[in-house]
Design a protein around this ligand. Structure first.
Ligand code: ADP
Ligand code: MG
Length: 280
């Protein structure tokens, strides 16, 4: 079992502008690229010399598997941390990728919301756990496909939110609930939470539908769409089935190139959200 220690304090200090950045990838829809984006964002930040922790908040554990950690290797998971059985530092595992650690998940997490429902600090369990960690520049959280207590914990712990979206029919459906959840978390638990932007994924520029939805998104979120758009690219899903971030699996493919461009865009923002917009 890999020992679960923190990386040393970063030489670079924190990631510029305002300390450690904690970013949730959230959207209550499944299959929009949350996990893929969280994995590649975290691995890309690591490649750019940022000490990064990927936190898997989905009971399906796809982010855990996606950085090469098998179910058998996970002895202490995010579930154990959220229910207070272990410290966060005890659950953190190294990965074989540079500057990238993971706080893994497994199916135990599925029961967590019910177990926490009667506790007074139920929305702050993740925040309190992450507050005890030192030495990371970025913490990237992969949320489950719901707006329940796990996603609320993620948003309450985060400095920023990124919403991955696919250019498909009904892409905008459910957005108002997501906006309402973000506002509720901001008001009740975390006034500092910022909407960093929408990341368009699985984009196919040959489809009229993709172009139309992209137009609609730009109207709905002026100045809030990341310039780096992630194309539909089979190497991305292949990489996941090999337990590798695509930027490691095939650095030269279009998907890897765009995910790295997205990471550079994020680094250039240094935690500052663009001004204005419906999320504030
Ligand atoms: P979510 O976490 O939102 O449910 P995933 O990131 O797991 O979504 O993506 C859903 C599926 O689509 C996965 O099988 C993944 O490999 C695949 N996928 C994600 N992004 C792309 C892409 N840009 N091109 C091709 N397949 C993708
Ligand atoms: Mg997922």
């Amino acid at each position: 079992m890999a020992s679960q220690s923190n990386p040393p304090e970063s030489k670079h200090g924190n990631a510029g502008g305002g300390g450690m950045q904690i970013i949730s990838f959230a959207n209550q829809k499944g299959g929009v690229g949350k996990t893929t984006s969280a994995i590649n964002c975290a691995a890309g930040l690591g490649m750019r010399r940022q000490k990064t922790l990927l936190v898997d908040m989905d009971p399906q554990g796809n982010a855990t598997g996606g950085v090469g950690i098998s179910k058998k290797q996970v002895r202490i998971s995010i579930y154990d941390v959220l229910i207070g059985r272990y410290e966060a530092a005890e659950a953190v595992m190294p990965t074989s990728y540079e500057n990238l650690s993971i706080l893994p998940s497994n199916i135990n997490l599925a029961g967590c919301e019910l177990e926490l429902v009667d506790t007074s600090d139920r929305a702050h369990r993740l925040k309190n756990a992450l507050d005890t960690l030192r030495g990371f520049d970025y913490i990237i959280i992969d949320c489950p496909p719901s707006l329940g207590l796990l996603t609320i914990n993620a948003l309450a712990a985060s400095t920023g939110l990124i919403v991955p979206m696919q250019c498909e029919y009904f892409a905008m459906e459910g957005l108002s609930q997501l906006v309402m959840t973000m506002r509720k978390v901001k008001n009740q638990y975390n006034p500092a939470l910022m909407m960093l932007g929408v990341l368009v994924t699985v984009y196919d520029g040959r489809l009229t539908l993709s172009l139309q939805v992209m137009d609609e998104l730009k109207k709905f979120f002026p100045n809030r769409i990341f310039k780096s758009v992630i194309p539909r690219n089979v190497r991305i899903s292949e990489a996941q089935s090999y337990g590798q971030p695509v930027i490691q699996f095939d650095r030269a493919c279009k998907g890897a190139e765009k995910y790295l461009a997205f990471v550079d865009e994020l680094l250039a923002m240094r935690g500052a959200a663009p001004a204005g917009g419906m999320f504030n």
